[in-house]
Design a protein around this ligand. Structure first.
Ligand code: ADP
Ligand code: TRP
Length: 326
């Protein structure tokens, strides 16, 4: 049997995940876990660019692990680990740094946004894409499932692999990004991209009250129930695309176009359907939380597997670069 292709992705432990993270990326981790040899990690070193508080980082990291397990990642199929348990990525990132020019990284979106917003970015933020390239390339990754906002970072990983291969010989595979068109950018309650930093999220493990509050706050125009509405222009309908299925979805579209539904009723249907998706995952997460210590063992063992693979790759890299004399 041909060996499976390698899939790798990660999420930063920077706060509660939202349904944008789930549909844009995390759901693909679960759906593809059998088709690929999968490595899914918690990007705690990347989180340090913004989280500089011990308790917060520890709690968030354990939180992402619970999230991963609650959505259905199975540690029997997937190597689940935290980035800092593979210190070789920081070593590789340094080598990549020395092949990367400053003007090249100045073109990265996240850095450009920080400058445009008059922030004074730390060196970690500037170098973020190179650490991400190391995460990806050190495990010989074939595909990287992420949301649209991470596309440029995967392109930077490809460029970096090529730069290294040109300088030292064929060593790294060129990874492909995997983005599902329909969920590339999940909109938030205000119609902009759903993001922790915009305060427009529906948390993935939201309580019933949080779901109701978030949906009721979705911004709509002022059309009355009996006015025809273009479903493609409505923020409520945009979320129905993720949560409402089959005949119920088709009927909803017809009622929008015919002017036979008001936003209030549309929101009520959305609340019902979001609860159907979120409740079982939230309950699974609560059950896992009861035995957090046992769950943490998953990270330890995944860390060992990921570290051993990375060390093998680094042995090769050190030799090629001229760092290994004996
Ligand atoms: P955030 O952007 O909310 O800070 P992360 O950077 O941790 O979240 O992103 C984790 C994953 O979720 C990434 O693959 C990212 O592309 C994806 N993602 C984040 N927000 C969205 C969104 N609104 N729509 C689709 N995917 C998203
Ligand atoms: N930058 C990614 C995000 O914000 C997280 C991440 C770090 C990642 N390293 C990665 C994603 C490697 C995929 C592959 O979501």
């Amino acid at each position: 049997m041909a060996s499976k292709k390698i899939l790798l992705s990660g999420v930063k432990p920077t706060g509660r995940p939202h349904v944008g993270n789930y549909f844009g990326a995390m759901k693909q981790f679960v759906e593809l876990q059998n088709e690929f040899e999968s490595y899914i990690f918690i990007a705690d070193l990347h989180a340090l660019t913004t989280v500089q508080n011990k308790e917060e980082l520890e709690e968030n990291t354990a939180g992402v692990l619970l999230d991963y397990m609650a959505i259905g990642l199975d540690p029997k199929n997937v190597t689940i680990y935290k980035q800092s348990d593979v210190p070789q990525v920081a070593e590789l990132a340094w080598i990549f740094n020395c092949l990367t020019t400053v003007p090249y990284l100045e073109r990265a979106h996240a850095y450009k946004d920080a400058i445009a917003n008059k922030k004074e970015p730390n060196v970690g933020l500037f170098d973020y894409p190179i650490l991400m390239a190391a995460d990806i390339l050190i495990q010989d990754t074939d595909v990287v499932p992420v949301g649209q906002d991470q596309k440029q970072h995967v392109e930077i990983a490809r460029d970096t692999a090529q730069k290294f291969n040109n300088a030292f010989g064929e060593t790294f595979k060129l990874p492909d990004v995997l983005i599902l068109d329909q969920v590339a950018t999940v909109p938030g309650t205000d119609g902009r991209k759903m993001s922790k930093s915009y305060g427009n999220t529906i948390p993935l493990f939201a309580t019933d009250e949080e779901i109701e509050k978030a949906v009721m706050s979705i911004v709509t125009d002022s059309k009355l129930p009996d006015e025809p509405k273009d479903p493609e222009k409505d923020n409520v309908f945009a979320l129905h695309k993720l949560f409402t299925e089959g005949p119920e979805f088709a009927e909803l579209r017809d009622r929008y176009e015919a002017g036979k539904i008001g936003y209030k009723e549309s929101k009520e249907i959305l609340i019902k359907n979001i609860k159907k998706v979120i409740t079982p995952m939230r309950e699974r997460r609560q059950a896992l939380e009861e035995d957090k210590q046992a769950v943490l063992e998953v990270l330890k063992s995944g860390g060992k597997t990921a570290r051993e693979r990375a060390e093998k790759k680094m042995e090769e890299v050190r030799k090629l670069v001229g760092l290994k004399l004996y």
